[in-house]
Design a protein around this ligand. Structure first.
Ligand code: 6V0
Length: 324
């Protein structure tokens, strides 16, 4: 009888998660329970935490499809990863400016990205650490990978929050509502009100002012709730994790299984919607085994285009002050 299980070989669906904090470990758990990957490696700088999380996850494998899980601070463990997910990041210190934090997170990526690419030169990078659009640009620059292989988790979770809140108002399932949040993952995100529809019936056909300042039905309060919800979750429970983990696991599934589903993720947008800067922002993208294969250019209203371009210009300004 052969005792070596086939899970010991790299099958092409190996994932590495860097950073096993609240977000990273929730992503790892979500990927594991959904049976998306054949092998998963966890990397962090905290050895004890890694060891504890590894044991805890491994002890649950009896209840799931088998997979190989490894963990350690040595990036050699990540070798042969089809996808590397980066969730390592520093939190803001008291009195620290946004730019200082951006620079600290850039320095963390300077430590991580070259090692990931050294051991998995053909990998796809999925950046989750915030500020995600900025750090996806930094990861792209540091990695030397083609831009379609460097992706930011972007507004996929914002779009999910948007669709959930719309679903409550329409009283239909979130999966039956199409609605997109594009642009920056954060305060300047852009809700595409012109594209909200249920079964092809557009909200704007029912209420042409929906989402505008003239709207008496106040649909835009939903976008304000989307922006606020991240802060609200942090205030209430300390950190957002579950929706984020599910959001990243569907992106992982799309890449590993080459599903060609369309998700709002952060990608290089120079030349898209009139953007003139080399920045990463979210737009609906087709995801598959080579990363982003196509960008869906929505027909935006003039106002939506202007908001999108404004995010790009702000981001470009911050980007040009970073040292790396
Ligand atoms: P956390 O719980 O502080 O975990 C961060 C982890 O990163 C810790 O385990 C650290 O040890 C590890 N780490 C730090 N430096 C390194 C390094 N050089 N190499 C390896 N590991 C390192 O944070 P949490 O998990 O809550 O959040 C992680 C990041 O995700 C932060 O930047 C958040 O702001 C960001 N989020 C992004 C979201 C998004 O929608 N894009 C959503 C939620 C959080």
């Amino acid at each position: 009888m052969q005792t070596k299980a086939s899970v010991d070989t790299v099958s092409g669906t190996k994932v590495t998660v860097v950073g096993v904090g609240q977000v990273g470990i929730s992503i790892a758990f979500s990927i594991m329970t959904q049976g998306i990957a054949s092998e998963m490696t966890l990397v962090d700088v905290m050895e004890d935490k890694l060891k504890g999380e590894l044991m805890d996850l491994q002890h649950g494998l009896t209840f799931l499809d088998n997979m190989k899980i490894t963990a350690g601070s040595d990036y050699a463990l990540s070798a042969g990863s089809k996808l590397c997910i980066v969730t390592a990041g520093a939190q803001m210190r008291e009195g620290e400016s946004r730019l200082d934090l951006d620079q600290r997170n850039t320095n963390i990526l300077k430590d991580i990205i070259p090692k990931l690419v050294q051991y998995s030169p053909d990998t796809i990078l999925l950046i989750v650490s915030d500020p995600v659009d900025l750090l996806t640009y930094v990861a792209w620059k540091l990695s030397g990978l083609p831009k379609e292989r460097v992706i930011g988790s972007g507004t996929n979770v914002d779009s999910s929050r948007f669709r959930f809140l719309l679903s409550e108002r329409f009283d239909v399932a979130p999966t039956s509502i199409h609605g997109w949040i594009i642009g920056e993952h954060g305060d300047s995100s852009v809700p595409v009100w012109s594209g909200v529809d249920v079964a092809g019936v557009r909200l704007r056909d029912l209420n042409p002012a929906a989402g505008t300042s003239e709207d008496t039905e106040n649909w835009n309060s939903i976008h304000r709730q989307v922006i606020q919800s991240a802060y609200e979750i942090i205030r209430l429970k300390g950190y957002p994790s579950w929706a984020m983990a599910l959001s990243v696991s569907v992106l992982t599934r799309a890449i590993l299984n080459n599903t060609r589903n369309v998700y709002a993720v952060s990608t290089f947008v120079e030349g898209i919607h009139g953007v003139q800067y080399p920045v990463f922002l979210s737009v609906p993208c087709v995801l598959g085994e080579n990363g982003i294969t196509d960008v869906i250019q929505q027909t935006l209203t003039e106002d939506e285009r202007t908001q999108f371009q404004k995010s790009a210009s702000t981001l470009n300004e911050v980007q040009s002050n970073l040292v790396f």
